[in-house]
Design a protein around this ligand. Structure first.
Ligand code: FES
Length: 647
């Protein structure tokens, strides 16, 4: 007779195991991650699984119960004291008796405070860099002159197979007290960045410590976003964001590099500013999540190269000019206390690798999140900021570059441009007949027949146009025939509408005439043309390198990508032609990549290896860039066709 077949969901991993095998052991053997802190003593409750009876029916088995051992005394005690939710079992204490489909819940929250589900919560396979290992240590004995640490190590080796363990020195002076306080029962926090790394003891707690937390953070040049997650359940318990205080030293990246070059203390001031903001955010997520700062044992950070360098206290001047040399391109692993982020003394910080001098750890994290390197299709990933970071590839080959788009897409250099804030126009439509605009304004109740669009004449309190709407208004002007393919605002249209205003030799379009006059000028159109031509030329260069004339999928990352309407991006020729249904905003993909690395160390290895493989293209050195740029100044492009716009 064959051994029972066990299938684990959601991973789908399966295998046959002899009758009597604990479910936890079967999971381990198949590489299915199931948390266990108490080492199978049925006290931590972290190893819970549930049995999917529905699947049994499908497999022709009607009852699950006789395929699983009944509740034993240890599990019964746990149920009595802590309560096992309906349908849940402790996998350490449950044996396989027959064929089974086991569901590994992704929300095994035991001691939990109230857990808030983050809006963009995605479920990842878990395998955090920190593991909590409860052990019972042999008491000191005159006969055996072994030190406390050595007996602790022996217990960890025997129960958790942690041979050859490194130990953080800060623990050694405290160890005697912790062991005695816990009456020789302690929980060890073991850190390993990669499966093949040596294990290291980084924190030690008396008794059973059934929780550990980690933070994942995206340091953007404008905003910083942080998530606090339970490393044992994977749930995000709190999220917070703040604006990057370095803005007071310079709006965009290059002005911050200039600040460092001009001011002897500039680098220190900006490092201090970002670390202060991060410490504030750590306090905030801890307060919101009801978590003590010292319970954070791991942290992952991403950012563009300049943010990355300033955060680590590295002078970014070299990134300000060719050859744009990074001080360090590989992943950085450091004790958090060494970079001004005191949490637990043993807390570690991991920074994802940077791809190139202008393509940072944020682009690496976005790549990890969207996975162009994991698919057959040719995927374009674009993160638009002051610099556009561009990644193009598939499982065979990935290339990356950055393009100097300048701040126009963010509303800077645009006469009526502003940040997305109340009073900013965020959506706009122009009637091709009457040339009258309708728009939606942030913070203003929408009214009009078409939901979300205001009647321009009646709107009040309008202060400007935000970045995503600038793309839209210029695309709408082009579609309404107000702008030529060369980007010239057509003065002849003044005959048809009083909204066409003359300023010397050029013309502009009056969007709104209220307390503030909001116009789109010829210079505005030019600024957007220059920015979009730089972006498109960078993309084309990468397409040349890949030898492709179209892309299968496009992911638009970052705040800008979230709000931009793909159709308008294509009307203006920011991005190459693509099936519009396959152009997606991927939200804060960099933040997602950081969370993946926090919750599963396997992703750290994956991105380190992927970044090593990515071919870095320096747009400034490519003779074709200029040619692509010139063609891309036209709307949508002088030479490239956009068949998907017609359909
Ligand atoms: Fe702790 Fe099962 S491993 S209860």
């Amino acid at each position: 007779k064959r051994d029972p077949l066990v299938l684990f969901m959601p991973s789908g991993k399966r295998g046959r195991f002899p009758v009597g095998t604990p479910v936890l052991d079967a999971a381990r053997q198949l590489g299915v991650y199931v948390e266990s802190v108490c080492g199978g003593r049925a006290t931590c409750g972290r190893c819970q699984v549930s049995v999917q009876e529905g699947h049994f029916a499908k497999h022709g088995i009607t009852s699950a119960n006789d395929h699983l051992s009944p509740l034993g005394p240890k599990e019964e005690r746990y149920d009595r004291v802590r309560g096992l939710p309906e349908g849940r079992r402790l996998s350490c204490s449950t044996q396989i008796l027959g064929d089974l489909v086991i569901d590994v819940p992704q929300d095994t929250v035991i001691n939990a405070q109230v857990v808030r589900k983050a809006a963009d919560e995605r479920v990842f396979d878990r395998n955090p860099a920190i593991r909590m290992c409860y052990v019972e240590v042999e008491e000191p004995d005159m006969e055996k002159p072994l030190g406390d640490l050595d007996r602790l190590k022996a217990a960890l080796a025997a129960e958790w197979h942690l041979d050859d363990l490194d130990v953080d020195f800060h623990l050694i002076p405290k160890m005697q007290q912790i062991l005695r306080k816990g009456e020789w029962k302690v929980t060890a926090a073991i850190h390993k960045d990669r499966d093949d790394d040596r294990a290291r003891l980084v924190a030690l707690y008396p008794g059973l410590k059934n929780e550990a937390y980690g933070i994942a953070c995206d340091i953007g040049s404008t905003t910083i976003a942080m998530h606090l997650s339970s490393l044992l359940s994977g749930r995000t318990v709190a999220s917070a964001g703040t604006s990057n205080p370095q803005i007071r030293f310079g709006e965009d990246l290059m002005s911050r590099v200039s600040y460092v070059m001009m001011n002897p203390d500039g680098r220190e001031a900006m490092t201090l500013a970002v670390r202060e903001a991060l410490n504030g955010l750590i306090d905030k997520v801890c307060a919101d999540g009801g978590v003590s700062r010292t319970d954070i044992l791991d942290s992952v950070f991403v950012g563009n190269p300049i943010m990355h360098h300033l955060f680590l206290g590295i002078d970014p001047t070299e990134l300000g000019g060719a050859p744009f040399a990074l001080a360090v391109s590989g992943a950085v692993k450091v004790k958090s206390s060494e970079i001004g982020l005191p949490m637990n003394e043993g807390t570690r910080t991991y920074l994802l690798p940077c791809i190139a001098g202008h393509v940072g750890a944020d682009a690496a994290a976005a790549t990890l999140s969207e996975g162009p390197h994991r698919q057959e299709e040719m995927m374009l990933l674009v993160d638009i900021g002051t610099n556009a970071e561009i990644v193009l590839g598939n499982s065979t080959r990935v290339v990356a570059a950055s393009s100097p788009t300048g701040p126009a897409f963010e509303g800077a250099e645009i006469s009526s441009g502003q940040r997305a804030a109340p009073g900013a126009i965020e959506r706009i439509r122009i009637d091709a007949e009457t040339l009258e605009p309708r728009f939606r304004v942030i913070g203003v109740e929408p009214w009009s027949d078409e939901p979300g669009f205001a009647d321009a004449a009646a709107a009040t309190g309008i202060t400007g146009i935000c970045g995503s709407a600038i793309i839209e208004v210029i695309a709408e002007m082009y579609l309404a025939g107000l702008i030529s393919e060369d980007g010239v605002v057509d003065g002849a249209m003044a005959e048809r509408s009083t909204r066409i205003l003359q300023n010397g030799r050029t013309f502009s379009y009056l969007v709104h005439d209220g307390e503030q006059r909001i116009t789109v000028t010829q210079n505005d159109v030019r600024a957007i043309q220059l920015a979009k031509a730089a972006l498109y030329a960078g993309v084309k260069l990468l397409m040349d390198k890949q030898g492709v004339d179209h892309v299968d999928r496009i992911g638009l990352a970052g705040a800008f990508g979230t709000f931009i309407d793909p159709k308008y991006a294509m009307v203006l020729g920011l991005i190459p032609d693509c099936d519009l249904g396959r152009v997606k905003s991927v939200g804060n993909a960099a933040g997602t990549g950081a969370r993946m690395c926090l919750l599963n160390r396997g992703y750290r290895r994956e991105i380190e290896e992927t970044v090593r493989r990515i071919e870095k293209i320096e747009t400034a050195l490519e003779p074709k860039f200029q040619e692509h740029f010139v063609y891309a100044m036209a709307l949508p492009n002088k030479v490239d066709a956009f068949p998907h716009l017609a359909s």
